[in-house]
Design a protein around this ligand. Structure first.
Ligand code: NDP
Length: 254
């Protein structure tokens, strides 16, 4: 394994949606750099498995079953993390949902569920973590956006609206918390192969079309999100806040 880009030992990182997909890769990268982990999600088993894999890297890792759209659960969870692991010093708002259909068929329920998870839960988690970060005068918040937040694609009105919203949320909070020495940035991935995107990647024609709009011409390995996470979570990004960084094989450069 290459040497970690940051030494995060002594830090506690919270990753929402940390059991699988990009959240799991993010958690493993942070654990590899020495951070203790709180892995947050609704399903116990994937959280427990990722916690075991993080602990195998020599850190403490706690599976934390919590629906981040339910505010009282979030408040109680962050109080418990603070008590048990300390911090939190790093918060990665990764849990997200991408519900797709033409707007004329898009249900109120899907609209609301997208807002609840992709935006309201980010607000709840930042506020709950901030209760500890602000007095400690230390914190790193990484909000996972999407290239869909800055470009139009069909069938994605709710997803695009929330991912664009995250970029605005990131800027506002970055400015508000800069005097408290807390950096808030947005990492906007292009398409990675996870449960969220698998059917689109397995559709050969759609995937080829997508790759034609990706200068790097490939779907990244899931671990390729780790380097940027470690930079944004570590001391190297101490003067960087309010930014949206695209990790998309160059598609946003077109
Ligand atoms: P997945 O669908 O693979 O995973 C989503 C994660 O969120 C799961 O761990 C899930 O766990 C968790 N989650 C869902 N609902 C809740 C909830 N109410 N409370 C707590 N946790 C919840 O998604 P990806 O890994 O693909 O995506 C992660 C993030 O990256 C998302 O924000 C997504 O929008 C963004 N992104 C992904 C891209 C990709 O190509 N994959 C591209 C651009 C952005 P559980 O169901 O157990 O709760």
């Amino acid at each position: 394994m290459p040497a970690p880009a940051a030494d995060l030992s002594g830090k506690t990182a919270c990753v929402t949606g940390g059991g699988r997909g990009l959240g799991r890769a993010i958690a493993l990268a942070l654990a590899g750099a020495g951070a203790d982990l709180a892995l947050i999600g609704r399903s116990a088993e994937p959280l427990a498995e990722t916690a075991r894999d993080c602990e195998a890297l020599g850190v403490r890792a706690r599976p934390a079953v919590c629906d981040v759209t339910v505010r009282p659960q979030v408040d109680a969870l962050f109080a418990q993390i603070h008590k048990e692991l300390g911090g939190p010093h790093i918060l990665v708002n990764n849990a997200g949902t991408s519900r797709q259909s033409p707007i004329l068929d898009f249900t109120d329920e899907n609209w609301q569920a997208t807002l609840d998870l992709n935006l309201s839960a980010v607000f709840y988690c930042c506020r709950a973590a901030g209760r500890y970060m602000v007095p400690a005068r230390e914190g790193k918040v990484i909000n996972i956006g999407s290239s869909a937040g800055s470009r139009g694609r069909p069938n994605q009105v709710a997803y695009a609206a929330t991912k664009a919203g995250i970029m605005g949320f990131t800027k506002a909070l970055a400015v508000e918390w800069a005097p408290h020495n807390i950096q808030v940035n947005c990492l906007a991935p292009g398409r990675f192969n996870t449960e969220m995107t698998r059917s689109r990647i397995e559709d050969e024609e759609a995937n080829e079309r997508f790759l034609r709009m990706t200068p790097m011409g490939r779907v990244p390995e899931i671990g390729e999100i780790g380097g940027l996470i470690l930079f944004l979570a570590g001391p190297g990004s101490g003067f960087m806040t309010g930014q949206a960084v695209h990790l998309d094989g160059g598609s946003s450069a077109l």
